[in-house]
Design a protein around this ligand. Sequence first.
Ligand code: NAD
Ligand code: MLT
Length: 528
Amino acid sequence: MVKVLVADDISSQGLEKLNVIPNVEIEVRTGLSEAELAEAVQDADALLVRSASKVTERVLAAARRLKVVGRAGVGVDNIDVNAATRRGVVVVNAPDGNTISAAEHTFAMMIAMARHIPQAHATVKSGKWDRKSFVGVELAGKTLAVVGMGRIGTEVAKRAKAFHMEVYGYDPFLTEERAKQLGIRRAELAEAVAVADFLTVHTPLTKETRHLIDARMFARMKDGVRVVNCARGGIIDEQALCEALASGKVAGAALDVYEEEPLPADHPLRQFPNVVFTPHLGASTEEAQLNVAIVVAEEVANVLLGRPFRNAVNLPSLDKDLKDYLEPFLTLGEKLGLLLGQLAPGALSDIEIAYGGELAQQEVSFLSRTVLKGLLGQRYGDEVNYVNAPALAEAAGITVREVKQPKSPVYTTLLSVSAATPQGRRRVAGTLYNGAGPRIVLIDDYRIDALPDGHMIYTEHLDRPGMIGRIGMILGQADINIGSMQVGRQGTGGDAVMLLSVDKPVPADVLSEIGRIDGIRTIRSIEL
Ligand code: NAD
Ligand code: MLT
């Protein structure tokens, strides 16, 4: 049984996508406290949340079977991603599904604030007809500062252009070229806040962006500026905002998100008549909720079924082309790691992963994780996975280097892994043959050509006549069939290595018997 716990309201049409998981049990339990969530998640393989549930260290510690947390939306500030990474739990989100809804909500809020629509609506509802109190301002001709020019900020900027606003964008990753394309001006934060008639924030909430717009920033702004926050509570310092509203520096605010949600009933912001509020509705449209639920349910199913997935926030992102290119190498990488880990058991340090030929042109960090997963498997067993492998290596003081060697004289692509071990530096390398899958082509300085699969025996021995026959005889007597045999040697009569594939695991006494053959120096059972 595979259990998926759904802890927030998520579209049932989206959840249907989870039914591709065999024996899936979907349990929906919303509105849980931290303690209740920690209890409910104990036997869950996956946890699905929106922004209400807080996936804390305590919750993750209780979730012993958890493999994936799915966030039906963009922001992951309600999930302790570092704790999830340390525990090897993948965190996936649905980054694109609500972009348009959030951008449209931002615009609706900006216009509602500029024209006092909620306040005017309330007076008409209460039976009054007051046209004097609600004189607003136009957007056309005004300057809008957009802080955070990602997906939503960009859509807001496009809409602002259509409303004839002048747009200044601030984002460390905004290039001059992109700004030109969008018809906006790229600016530093200090400049953008100083020229703004309207200011809207669209960054994630991080250590760097918490209180990005604080009292110092308000002091730089024009008198009568209007501010919007439909991103995350805390990007604008609420106390500083209250002071700026009280002093008249800020003429209006439109807020969808708050430092504490739900916004406390006695919160000072509630006293200002020129603040427009919504209760975190940026993504609350039928379309967005369906989009994010489908995307996140598909991603969770992919993770649980061991299929490639795209939107992990604690793994390097793979676009489709790169994913398709790297996919066959992922098995090779993991097998090379497994092989080296078993050839050289014990303390490893200074791992070098070298990418030769065509592979050197690619973004390979995901592939390095598969190598590390294999390598560290000896030490950490099932505890290690693609998510936590780099963190486990770092915690163990193992340095990992990626090296790119565009020239690969023999193979079109060559993946080579070496590590400092108690027996000196050891190396294995492999490649992909068209149609024939992954092959091991090098063990230390010995060339071989072996399919890395199943039960294997590895020997280091002297290259003498009769050696192979004697090994074959001992295996035959133990009723162990040999599938293939690869020998690599430095020269006739010198040192050699052998990799034998066998149909079943080799018992320890059979291994010892082979190990006693004169001329065999090392023998190991290898599982790939
Ligand atoms: P995104 O990742 O596409 O964009 C975020 C942008 O912020 C990036 O371009 C990044 O470079 C920029 N950024 C990061 N730190 C910055 C800094 N210090 N200064 C300036 N820019 C910085 O994300 P998105 O899809 O545009 O969403 C943005 C945020 O909106 C989300 O993180 C989420 O918290 C929030 N959101 C809220 C709702 C809602 O219901 N109100 C809905 C969707 C998203
Ligand atoms: C998000 O980050 O996607 C939003 O906060 C949407 C939500 O979950 O309500």
